[in-house]
Design a protein around this ligand. Sequence first.
Ligand code: ADP
Ligand code: MG
Length: 704
Amino acid sequence: MTDIQYLKGVGPARAELFKKLGIETVDDLLFYFPKKWEDRRLSRPLAAVEKGRGLNAQKENLDYVERVCVIFGKILSVRDLYTSGSLRIFKTVMDAGGYEAEASWFKSHSRRFDVFAPLRKDIKPGEKIWLTAVPEDPLFKTRLRVEEYYRADDPLAQRVHINRIIPVYPLTGGITAKFMRSAMYRAVLEYAPGKGEFLPGRLLGRRTLIARDMALKAVHFPENYFELKEARRRFIYEELFLMALAWAVKRRQTRATAKGFTYEIRKRLLTPFREKLGFEFTASQKRAINEIFSDMAAPAPMARLLEGDVGSGKTAVAISALLLAAENGAQGAFLAPTEILAEQHFMTFKKYLKDLDVRFALLTSGVKAKEKKDILDRLEKGEIDIVIGTHAVLEEKVKFRDLRLIVIDEQHRFGVRQRAALRRKGDKADMLVMTATPIPRTLFLALYGDLDLSELTDMPPGRRPVKTESVDEEAAFKIVRSEVARRRQAYIVYPLIEESEAKTLKSVKAEFERLKEAFRGSRVEMLHGGMPGREKERVMNRFAAGDIDVLVATTVIEVGIDVPNATVMVINNAEQFGLASLHQLRGRVGRGRWESRCLLVAHSASAAGAERIEAMCSTNSGFEISKKDSYIRGVGEVLGVRQHGDMEFRIADIARDKEVLKEVMEDRDALLAEDPYLSKKENAGLRHNLLKLYAQKWNLIDLS
Ligand code: ADP
Ligand code: MG
């Protein structure tokens, strides 16, 4: 593979800069895909002047293409102006083919040199030039502020920079857009033809995908929208297909593993636990428990996702699984994404398992050193059956005697990398991950393709829907006061911990003082992720015990917190939160006997923000919410799909590319049914690329 520094025009210094973008070889550069494209084709004269309103892009509805105002014309006159301030203006009038345009460059004055000297050389009356520009004033569309210019006789300009659709890349200091485009153009010319096809011909035919080398040229320098769309689709398909294959192989591998132990359902702990609970399991809790128990009794390790809306009772299901492990003499770990939540689970354990013959402990940073040492010691000796904690439990120094079950609560808050670390820890352990984020079917397959799914589809009886309204702060606070007067409790959430420079969003710290005043006579405290673990724990415990009336918090309380006496959730800057977060936050109330309210206070609402608020007010069901487009996009963000390193997509986006994903899943299943180990000749390329990308990252051994 050719080192990037040997690409013409790059050299060692620029190669260093490219490294910051993750580009070390020419290949890396070729697969450094644009994040969007600019349509810099010359179009009808005056229409073209309206930036961002290209008729074509609009008709085609490509949201990744931006129309740019492009002018081609002959310079008629040139004037160099000084303004009263330090600004200098280089003003030209040009004949832009049927109309006259006034195009200007602006620069700050310099005493030391003539800022327009280079311009004056290129831009002379009679010369023909290309410009990209923005209208100075929407009313005078022929008065333009120049952004880039190219001389008509510049041989590369029209191939790389202007009068065509050009690529737009994420950049870094020292690498300009223009340089990047030029380098890419050279790389594509010289190296793209060698990028061979590896998708089997049958798939290409079935999905009418364009060939790889062609797509590579077209994705960077498309001749038209058709090419651009097809090139993108080809690479999106390619990326998703490899991922889907990797999931399938991973899953098969897990199923073929022998964990080397089995379980017997003795009910020594399970029965007393059920009796102590004080409620009957719902039908779907029972079903989930059965599915989990049968996985645990099977020879292969369990890999299962338990999905259930907020408040559907996942914890009790998890505890059942942990008790099955414990009564079989094995160890289990119950992991939560935050210390607050781990602490709360610990309290739940204390409540339900107090008189049972099972040993459990909490392991978080809040635990004192001496106690911690003792817990670690007992874990290693096997004197603790269940440990409850955060990802700190994954640390190397935590050793188990016989860890066989790992339960991960609110799985979407953990990275896949942490999940993998967990897997290594448990070696061949059973794994149950839980989430309250409803995920549409295809998305589930894409995100958790190696897991089986159990769903909690019904709610514990007697739940009252939370009344959700969009109100102003005053109305919200009035309701908070009246609930507090009835001895209920309230959450008031702000998006930030501290005031930001922009000041458009409210923060916990800034508002806290004001709210203490506003709710004078009530017990007001704050809680945010920036506080030390012990402090958070103390505040949360006091809130749970009813010693705090109003909790001013960030989204640290978003996941899992269960305080039935809390009946009001006020969300400030509600327009800023994604649907998944809003729904999670709302899930903190409506957990007890009382009617609860969720009050959304918007401080400025974009159309999208208003749409989300409207969606929240119209339904309580996470499932309904999960069908909204904006939710699905949000899930992608929540799950950190593009960042977490295990699926580094260059162009695909599983939330957005649902249609392609469906095709991919179908094609993958058909292909594997015919050639499960990709051993046929026509699949050799696929196999090679799959292993290259995923073998190490996902520990795929099944194919090698
Ligand atoms: P989540 O699924 O959001 O984690 P939890 O496990 O915290 O939900 O349960 C929410 C509340 O419902 C808890 O207070 C729990 O004790 C209660 N609960 C769970 N299952 C049942 C049930 N079958 N009947 C009545 N209450 C239940
Ligand atoms: Mg929970």
